[in-house]
Structures are given as C-alpha cells and as structure tokens.
Design a protein around this ligand. Structure first.
Ligand code: IPD
Length: 274
C-alpha cells in the first residue's frame, strides 16, 4: 500500500475509535429515552445532539492538527475546503435514532476522498463490537472479537431471492413516496430490513448479511465509507439511470442483482419527486 494512503487509513481508524469513545461515554440511558416520550423530546435528544457535535468537533480538531489543509465535510456542519487534494467525509454518529433508543446499531463513519473518489473508509460500531474498513484497490476488512478478516467477494443472487436493506427519510412526504416504491418492490424480492444506519446497511451488503441496499435521501457522510467497503467486496454502487450515487439515490448490490434492482427502481421513478 502506498505510504501516504497507509497513513490516511491509520489516522482514519484512530479518529473513528476516538469518536466512538466519546459516543460510548455520553450515550443516553436507554430505559428513559426509548419509553418516555417527553424524554425523547428533551434531554435525551439534547444529549444526542451534544454528543453528535462533540464527536464531530473532536474529529475536526484532531484532523486540523494531523493534516492541516485537508478538506472536511461533516454531517454536523463542518465544511472546510481542501488545499491538499484530500477531503474527509464524516458522519460522527450514523444511526442516531438507534443510539437514542439504546440499540447498538450505530456507527462512526469516516471516509477520505481524492479527485478520483473515496480512497479509504471506516465504519466503526463500537457497541455492536465490530468495524469495517477498506482502502481503494486493497480490499475490504471486518474486525470483530474473532480478529480481522478480509471480506470475500459477495455472492450474486436474482431479485426474487434478494434480501435488501433500505432506509426512509425523516420527512413525511418523502416517506409516502418511499412506501409507494416499496409496495411495488416488496412483492418481487425476498424481504427488506430497515436497521437505521445507512453506513452499516452498506457494510451488511458487503459482508453478505443482506444482498443489497438502496435508499433515496442518504447523504455522502452516510454512505461514503460504506460504499467503498461494499465496492471492495465486489458490489456495484451507483445512482439510477446513468448517475453516480448521491442523495437522490444509492443502489448497492452484486453486479447481476444491481442491474435488476436498478431497472426496477427506474421503472418506478424511485429517484423522482421531492
Ligand atoms: C440516517 C441513517 C438512516 C438513513 C438516513 C440517515 P443519521 O443517518 O443512516 O438509516 O435511513 O437516510 O440520514 O441521521 O442517523 O446520521
């Protein structure tokens, strides 16, 4: 591996672990946040907001020291222009609702990109007990309590046998449109999973825990790292029609399945409307 990329990958891992510690330390009390409605609207929500910000702030500060001049795009508003050609794409907490409810299915997602796309990415889920990372051209890896394994190339399946992960937007009009699409997709596939973290959904596709993933409305910080992990494990990641993945649509699956689900979603105009 090129030494600069190796340095980026090692820094990326340190940053994700540091942010993971901040989030573990400040996580809300699950019993209160999940069951008491007023709590979800007041203090537990504040705690999530404060932890989101604290996590991003710590990552940005560490980056400013380690790699001044690199660009930064963060979910919580960081936006720094790059003078080095590298830009970091950060979701300091993907799966915020799971975090709020005390579910372990949340992650820190950090990617670093150059002009050719994502160079390296990590999705670190400390409470779930695993992380995925990838470097462009070098494969994708999973680390858990059993150690580190390189992900094998994903197996392809046909649409009728495919289990998909997906996500829904926060806006109710967007959700209404997503349900319209889903009502046409669901009868044609094995089933869907809605886990609540786009970054982890993509890693599940990479590791064969689902066959694919699609979502309208996910942002680069949600999908940049996970998309590299999925690509390095043999998935195709794109938007619909001839577009690259974007907030309009992300479709991820092994090649044959990708072509089938993409065609179906296009026929349903899943990327159109608000
Ligand atoms: C959200 C999660 C969710 C996806 C949304 C994302 P957040 O990110 O990844 O699964 O459906 O599109 O916005 O808000 O938890 O960082």
């Amino acid at each position: 591996m090129n030494p600069e990329v190796q340095e980026l990958a090692s820094l990326m891992r340190q940053l994700a672990h540091m942010a993971g510690e901040i989030l573990i330390d400040g996580r809300p009390d699950a019993a209160r946040s999940a069951s008491v409605e007023t709590s979800t609207k007041t203090s537990p929500t504040d705690i999530v907001t404060e932890r989101d910000l604290a996590s991003e702030k710590a990552i940005v500060q560490a980056l400013a020291q380690a790699r001044p001049g690199d660009g930064i795009v963060g979910e919580e508003g960081s936006n720094i222009e790059s003078t080095t050609g590298y830009t970091w794409i950060i979701d300091p907490l993907d799966g915020t609702i799971n975090y709020l409810y005390g579910s372990p299915q949340w992650a820190v997602s950090i990617a670093v990109a150059d002009e050719a796309g994502t160079v390296a990415g990590i999705v670190y889920a400390p409470l779930a007990g695993y992380e995925y990372w990838a470097v462009r051209g070098e494969g994708a890896y999973r680390i858990d309590r059993d150690g580190e394994v390189r992900l094998p190339q994903v197996e392809d399946v046909d649409l009728a046998h495919a289990l998909f992960a997906t996500g829904f937007g926060y806006r109710s009009d967007r959700r209404a449109q997503q349900i319209r699409v889903m009502s046409a997709v669901l009868p044609q596939i094995r089933d869907i999973r809605r886990k609540g973290s786009a970054a982890l959904d993509l890693c599940m596709a990479a590791s064969g825990m689902v066959n694919g993933y699609f979502e309208r409305g996910a942002h680069p910080w949600d999908y940049a790292a996970g998309a590299l992990v999925a690509r390095e494990a043999g998935c195709v990641v794109s938007g619909l029609r001839d577009n690259a993945e974007s907030a309009t649509m992300v479709v991820c699956a092994p090649p044959r399945l990708h072509a089938q689900i993409k065609e179906l979603l296009e026929s349903l105009d899943a990327d159109l409307g608000d």
